[in-house]
Design a protein around this ligand. Structure first.
Ligand SMILES: [Mg+2]
Ligand SMILES: [Zn+2]
Length: 179
C-alpha cells in the first residue's frame, strides 16, 4: 500500500488573498518546491474547498485554469501531484465532498491503494485537521494562510502546529518510521 500526503491548496501551497482563481495571482510560498521534494516517497494530492464556485464568484473553468498552472509549475520543479480533488459547492449545499467530509480521501484510498493510517493531511484551516482525524490519518496545522486567524477554532488536535510547509515536511520525515 502507498502512503499519501493530502495538501490543502490556498494558504498552504500558494498565497491566498481570498478566493484565489486568477492565474496572474498564482504565487507560491518560497519553501514549497524544496519541501514537497522531500516528500517524494509519498503520493501527493491536493484537496481543496472552492466555495467561490458555488457562490458564483468564479467558474469551475477558472478554477481549473488556475489549478492546471499550479500543478504544471510543480511538475516542472520535479513534484508530481497525483490528483486534485475539488469541492465546488457552497457550505449551504450540504454536499458530501466539502472538507472535513472524507469522501475524497476514501476515493483516493481506493483508486491509489492508499494506507490512510500512514498518511497525512496538511492545511491552514481547522477543517483540514478534522479531515485528517475523520479519515484516520495524521494532520499538521499550518500557521500560514488563514492558520493564525483560525488557530482558536481547532476542534481536533493536529500532530503538529507548524509555521511553514518546510517545518511540516521535516516533521513528517522524522515521524514517518514509527508505524
Ligand atoms: Mg487553505
Ligand atoms: Zn462538495
Amino acid at each position: 500500500m502507498n502512503k499519501a500526503v493530502f495538501l490543502d491548496r490556498d494558504g498552504t501551497i500558494n498565497i491566498d488573498e481570498g478566493y484565489t482563481y486568477k492565474t496572474e495571482d498564482l504565487e507560491f510560498y518560497d519553501d514549497v518546491f524544496e519541501s514537497l521534494k522531500k516528500l517524494s516517497h509519498f503520493k501527493l494530492f491536493i484537496v481543496t474547498n472552492q466555495s467561490g464556485i458555488g457562490r458564483g464568484y468564479y467558474s469551475y473553468e477558472d478554477f481549473k485554469r488556475f489549478n492546471d498552472k499550479l500543478v504544471l509549475a510543480l511538475s516542472e520543479n520535479g513534484i508530481n501531484i497525483e490528483k486534485t480533488y475539488c469541492c465546488p459547492h457552497s457550505p449551504e449545499e450540504n454536499c458530501d465532498c466539502r472538507k472535513p467530509n472524507i469522501r475524497y480521501l476514501k476515493e483516493a484510498e481506493k483508486e491509489f491503494d492508499i494506507d490512510l493510517k500512514r498518511s497525512w493531511v496538511i492545511g491552514d484551516h481547522p477543517h483540514d485537521v478534522t479531515l485528517g482525524k475523520n479519515a484516520g490519518a495524521r494532520s499538521i496545522y499550518l500557521l500560514t494562510g488563514h492558520g493564525q486567524k483560525h488557530r482558536e477554532d481547532l476542534s481536533a488536535k493536529p500532530e503538529l502546529i507548524a509555521n511553514s510547509l518546510s517545518e511540516a515536511a521535516e516533521f513528517i520525515i522524522q515521524n514517518d518510521n514509527h508505524n
